[in-house]
Design a protein around this ligand. Structure first.
Ligand code: IPM
Ligand code: MG
Length: 357
């Protein structure tokens, strides 16, 4: 198959982890005889340094001309004091919006060999953690208007708006129910309907959409309780569907209970545009450039890309199996290291995954 992939390494550990993902792409293209055409683009702090904006138009064009986008991470202390409008994170938010990537899929599952790396009690982990957070990604309080910081009658104030249209809720609900259907058919919608109108409406639309999925079991949970249930009893969850802000928070929590945030991939999908695949962790400036980062979340994002964009299940499985094998062989980067294992660098981890494909 011919594939065109746009790669946006970004900042911090971004370039290191992306380099490992590129090795994996190369290996897969050889083994399965695909023709992968790779282009690179600027996003985040590096883009600010070179072009003075976090997402140059050229990058948007390159992404739109590709079948899929693979992203490292953005941000770092170097850009903490740039004006709010051009922060590196704005680049990420803008590319999501430009590509219409409203559905963010963040699976969190425990890799068998990593059970001990979880911060939860083993008896809780042993009951199994295998869930997916479906986060709405282009609406809600992240993008709602009006927003601003201003002065009114001599007092400074700031505000954001949490807003959802019926269409936005319905389309993310459909994605979540479709995914639930091919999993365990259990879906939990997370909101704050006891306080927020936007959540009451969210609940109403989700319930209405559920009528099209009588084979799926729908429950609702308030976000504070969901945060608690994720650490108390994560095995109760199959698919969680939620809004942009709640999904941002809960997906970090879901990730870390599986062992390390360095393991979790994600896919952001829209209606037709190329999907964007990225690790859910950030740019980790404290370890950037030291060849210490865990590249597995990015490598697993490549697996999601093969599965979701190209419907190439064998290629996706080959990557996931290789990751599992490397972990079984006892190789670990620092974030998932436990005694008795072999500590490896970011680039060694990339090589090990390739040699197991
Ligand atoms: C994420 C990140 C981003 C978000 C930041 C970097 C803007 O935390 O992808 O979860 O809040 O969406
Ligand atoms: Mg986040």
């Amino acid at each position: 198959m011919d594939m065109k992939i746009c790669i946006l390494p970004g900042d911090g550990i971004g370039p290191e982890i992306i380099a490992q993902a590129e090795k994996v792409l190369k290996k897969i293209s050889e083994k399965f005889s695909h023709n992968i055409d790779i282009e690179h683009g600027l996003i985040g702090g590096v883009a600010i340094d070179k072009t003075s904006v976090p997402l140059p138009d050229e990058t948007i064009e390159k992404c739109k001309a590709s079948d899929a986008v693979l992203l490292g991470a953005v941000g770092g202390p170097k850009w903490d004091n740039v004006s709010h409008e051009i922060r590196p994170e704005k680049g990420l938010l803008k590319i999501r919006k430009e590509l219409g990537l409203f559905a963010n899929i963040r699976p969190a599952k425990v890799f068998g060999p990593l059970k001990e790396a979880s911060c939860l009690k083993q008896e809780i982990v042993d009951r199994g953690i295998d869930l997916v957070v479906i986060r709405e990604l282009t609406g809600g309080i992240y993008f709602g208007e009006p927003r601003g910081i201003e002065e009114k009658q001599g007092e400074k104030l700031a505000y954001n708006t949490m807003v959802y249209t019926e269409k936005e809720i319905r389309r993310i609900a459909k994605v979540a129910f479709d995914i639930a259907r091919v999993r365990n058919k259990k879906i939990c919608s997370v909101d704050k309907a006891n306080v927020l109108e936007v959540s009451r409406f969210w609940r109403e639309v989700i319930e209405d959409e559920a009528k099209n999925y009588p084979d799926c079991e729908l429950t609702h949970m308030y976000v504070d309780n969901a945060a608690m249930q994720l650490v108390l009893n994560p095995s109760q969850f199959d698919v969680i569907v939620t809004s942009n802000l709640f999904g941002d928070i809960l997906s970090d929590e879901a990730a870390v209970i599986t062992g390390s945030i360095g393991m979790l991939p994600s896919a952001s999908l829209g209606e037709k545009n190329p999907g964007l695949f990225e690790p859910i962790h950030g740019s980790a400036p404290d370890i950037a450039g030291k060849d210490k980062a865990n590249p597995l979340a990015t490598i697993l994002s490549v697996a999601m890309m093969f599965r979701y964009t190209f419907s190439l299940e064998k290629e996706a499985d080959a990557i996931e199996n290789a990751v599992n094998l490397v972990l079984e062989q006892g190789y670990r980067t620092g974030d998932i290291f436990t005694s008795g294992c072999t500590l490896v660098s970011c680039s060694e981890m990339g090589d090990l995954v390739c040699s197991n494909i």
